[in-house]
Write a protein that binds this ligand. Structure first.
Ligand SMILES: [Zn+2]
Length: 253
């Protein structure tokens, strides 16, 4: 699978995936028409599919435009069918779908929105998590509860360490500063923060990363780490309480 990632709008990621065997290309979300057109042209690809992660405006704005230009098939969550226009095919939670020679699973990961999907390609070890999981962060709980988001993140955390993670936004630098406030003893986190600052100083992107790295450094995947619980004075709290506290602190950071 060939992948192109590029910045759209202010801090959204545009992502194109291309299966060389079938020649098919898909976009993950449609944040900005021009940037996506330009990349397709540059690679000499044409667009067959758009996989929508959730209904927020900055992820679907260019759907109609791309549909018109390429007659791409637009695929997204059934639960958000009414909010995503145009949508050609609605996926049920955890439904499988064929993209060229690959099969993806549309993992149901509610929390940021209630219908949010994360697209997982097990054969290629790829995860496109939209605004559910970021590098060193997670999406805000606009619609779901902390328990829903925790359950979604538990699902993603079970995927193999070697999974390559792509997400919806370049938020890593701010996430990094927050992560240090609650996990300051984490040596791997400090290494990642250094890397992130160096990349951003060169105006380079901090994604993709690996799930293995996120499991070690992302506070939103570390609700059960004893050092982090100690820092929060929540040694005996439930996973849900710890996760909710971390999310609340980030909202006020
Ligand atoms: Zn969003």
């Amino acid at each position: 699978m060939l992948i192109e990632q590029f910045i759209c709008r202010e801090d959204n990621f545009g992502i194109l995936i291309h299966d060389e065997k079938s020649g098919y290309t898909a976009a993950i979300d449609a944040p900005e028409g021009n940037a996506i057109h330009d990349m397709l042209k540059q690679r000499n690809w044409t667009l067959q599919f758009i996989f929508v992660t959730h209904h927020h405006h900055d992820h679907i704005e260019a759907l109609a435009e791309l549909k018109q230009a390429y007659n791409a098939v637009i695929i997204g969550p059934e639960a958000e069918r009414k909010k995503i226009t145009p949508l050609d095919y609605a996926l049920q939670p955890d439904e499988n779908f064929c993209f060229g020679t690959y099969t993806l699973t549309a993992l149901s990961t509610p929390g940021h929105t209630l219908g949010a999907l994360s697209y997982y390609f097990p054969q290629a070890n790829l995860l496109f998590a939209g605004d559910t999981l970021f590098s060193l962060g997670c999406g805000r709980l606009f619609e779901g509860t902390p328990l829903q988001m925790l359950t979604s993140l538990k699902k993603l955390r079970q995927l193999p360490d070697e999974t390559t993670l792509y997400c919806g936004h370049e938020y890593t630098q701010t996430n990094a500063l927050f992560a240090l406030t609650i996990d300051p003893q984490n040596r791997k986190l400090h290494q990642r923060v250094e890397e992130v600052f160096s990349l951003r100083a060169q105006n380079a992107m901090t994604l993709p990363t690996t799930l293995g790295q996120e499991k070690e450094t992302n506070p939103f995947l570390r609700w059960d780490a004893s050092i982090l619980r100690k820092n929060l004075a929540m040694e005996n709290a439930t996973d849900e309480e710890v996760f909710a506290e971390i999310r609340k602190r980030k909202d006020h950071f």
